[in-house]
Design a protein around this ligand. Structure first.
Ligand SMILES: Nc1ncnc2c1ncn2[C@@H]1O[C@H](COP(=O)(O)OP(=O)(O)OP(=O)(O)O)[C@@H](O)[C@H]1O
Length: 365
């Protein structure tokens, strides 16, 4: 397997930058997920690595070779797409063997590679079947097998699970993760499903409008999103974001909104808030870090319940703080009703503050 380095890569279509100066390194054996909303440039990035599209600028290095000007077939990569396009009239065995026959490998070597891949993917009993005699998940495993037999230096996967039903997707998620661990494979995986990325990848590259927003472990991206876009994209339900104003009272900063309440900030959050380029900040909080009080409480801000969604062991409450919707999770034994007045207490240790102008996370350092 091999390291993959994207060096300042650009793909433009006229004035539209599908990929805008993206640089990142995928270490040997690492599983990296490219995530972001539709149109953010994930697939284009993957296709540039594969060599399926001419690049406007930048370089791509796989292992110790600059592959920028190489054809896809010379890059030593294998792709797995959402439409796995197995040959319908060939058996699973022949589907796996075909790319190797094209490379004119000796018959016994082909047989050995096909059987080894089939074993890894647990499809040995299916080798004599045809694709139509397989379930969606089995077909996807054959598609993975076809990539595997080629013994590539890098696997590129574009939403390989999106055609499967929800249950099978969860199951295949585990299998692809296992595949990665067993082979120590270098994998670049495109998905718009942030949960898929969080659960499978060593690192995630979060993209928006062609720009790389953040490249880090799922935990760091979740715990320390660099801006409001990443904060709202990663995590389900999303982090609540409340635009507020900062006022300084002596040494302390307080947050206010048009309703006139004041939320005094801790020393650390004061340092952050006072670094904003203007007096506008965005408070970010995940549902589990907010306490809901049914009566006025010092340090809590007034809110009005909008919806109550019981999910079994957790109830999600959406409440308005000014015009912003905040999501809080509650124990199902706590009963609240739509339109009820409540007070929300944000955990100052775990809240996030973003610059209201630049949208970037504010740091205390
Ligand atoms: N051939 C093309 N000509 C012009 N614009 C293109 C072309 N291919 C892609 N784009 C644009 O480039 C941007 C990035 O597209 P890309 O397919 O990489 O997005 P994506 O993040 O993979 O989205 P999705 O999840 O919807 O597949 C989009 O705005 C798209 O409209």
């Amino acid at each position: 397997m091999a390291q993959v380095v994207l060096q300042d890569i650009v793909k433009s279509y006229g004035s539209l930058y599908a990929v805008n100066h993206v640089s990142l390194t995928v270490d040997d054996g690492e599983f990296v997920a490219l995530v972001g909303p539709s149109g953010c440039g994930k697939t284009t990035t993957l296709n540039l690595v594969a060599g399926l599209l001419p690049m406007t600028d930048g370089d791509i290095v796989i292992g110790d070779r600059i592959v920028t000007d190489l054809d896809p077939k010379d890059r030593d990569i294998a792709m797995v797409f959402q439409n796995y396009a197995l040959y319908p009239n060939k058996t699973v065995y022949k589907n796996l063997a075909f790319p190797l026959q094209m490379r004119k490998l000796p018959k016994d070597e082909i047989d050995q590679k096909v059987r080894a891949a089939a074993k890894v993917l647990d499809i040995v009993p299916l080798l004599e079947r045809r694709p139509r005699e397989l379930s969606g998940g089995q077909q996807q495993r054959v598609a993975l097998g076809r990539a595997l037999v080629r013994d590539p230096r890098v696997f590129l996967m574009d939403e390989p699970l999106s055609n499967l039903d929800a249950k099978l997707r969860v199951q295949m998620r585990t299998e692809i993760k296992r595949f990665h661990q067993d082979l120590n494979a270098t994998i670049i995986y495109v998905t718009h499903d942030q949960l898929e990325a969080v659960t499978m990848a060593d690192k995630m590259a979060v993209m928006n409008k062609g720009f790389l927003q953040q490249y880090d472990t799922p935990k760091n991206v979740f715990d320390n999103p660099v801006n409001t876009f990443v904060a709202s994209f990663i995590g389900s339900p999303a982090m609540s974001l409340v635009p507020l104003e900062v006022v300084q009272r002596g040494d302390q900063a307080v947050l206010t909104n048009e309703a006139g309440w004041e939320l005094p900030l801790s020393a650390m959050n004061t340092r952050k808030a006072l670094k904003a380029t203007t007096n506008k900040v965005v408070l970010g909080a995940r549902h589990s870090t907010i306490k809901l009080h049914k009566s006025e409480t010092v340090g809590a801000v007034p809110a009005r319940v909008y919806t109550v969604e019981p999910t079994g062991d957790i109830t999600f409450v959406q409440a308005f703080v000014g015009e912003a919707v905040v999501i809080v999770s509650l124990d199902p034994t706590v009963i609240v009703r739509p339109d009820e007045d409540v007070w929300l207490e944000f955990d100052q240790e775990r809240m996030h503050l973003f610059d209201g102008e630049t949208t970037m996370a504010l740091s205390a350092a």
